[in-house]
Write a protein that binds this ligand. Structure first.
Ligand SMILES: CC(C)(COP(=O)(O)OP(=O)(O)OC[C@H]1O[C@@H](n2cnc3c(N)ncnc32)[C@H](O)[C@@H]1OP(=O)(O)O)[C@@H](O)C(=O)NCCC(=O)NCCS
Length: 157
């Protein structure tokens, strides 16, 4: 079983490991370009994650297992922009992604925000579409790879 809770500073090391393993072991299959992956990993450090967790303008959650081990990490700005949303490879497809997204949506709804947005990876695009997101602009082309698909979902009706 897993549960979702707000992230705290002491989660930073395990959350960092989640981001790094997810990018290397899950996302890299969709991004066959070493430079792209290296740039993606560049700011994924425990120090940066502590800064994000302590930033009053953003909200972070972790998904933890029965032993409180961090298996997922997500972040959103209080204005509704999803910044991060990652699970360990072994935690995929068990509804934890959906549960983290629901926690982010709940927090931004409390803040009176009408839409939640994301610049989605190739890897996560179908996940967001399954969860009610629609196209909100054109993707970017970075190192020849079409990525960062702008998606949006109305959350406050
Ligand atoms: C985005 C992410 C956190 C979502 O988590 P997830 O585990 O995929 O999502 P869910 O909680 O929806 O998992 C359950 C779903 O997976 C589906 N599923 C099961 N096996 C699957 C498989 N092999 N492939 C794809 N989907 C599968 C289930 O049918 C269920 O779908 P439903 O919505 O129709 O019920 C996760 O995919 C991830 O870490 N991706 C890589 C990192 C990334 O790119 N992050 C986004 C940055 S913008």
């Amino acid at each position: 079983m897993f549960r979702i809770r707000e992230a705290v500073e002491k989660d930073a090391n395990e959350a960092c490991a989640v981001l790094i393993r997810s990018i290397k072991e899950v996302c890299a299959k969709d991004y066959p370009n070493e430079e792209f992956v290296a740039e993606w990993l560049e700011n994924k450090t425990p120090e940066n994650i502590k800064l994000w967790i302590n930033n009053p303008e953003t909200y972070e959650v972790v998904c933890v297992d029965e032993d409180d081990k961090v298996v997922g990490f997500s972040a959103v700005t209080l204005s509704g922009e999803i910044l991060l949303n990652y699970l360990l490879p072994e935690a995929l497809y068990k509804n934890s992604g959906k549960a983290m997204l629901a926690a982010l949506e709940k927090r931004v709804i409390q803040n009176g925000v009408e839409n939640i947005r994301v610049a989605s990876s190739i890897t996560a695009k179908m996940f967001y579409e399954r969860n009610g997101f629609i196209k909100n602009g054109e993707p970017l082309v970075i190192h020849g790879i079409t990525t960062d698909f702008p998606l949006i979902k109305r959350v406050n009706t």
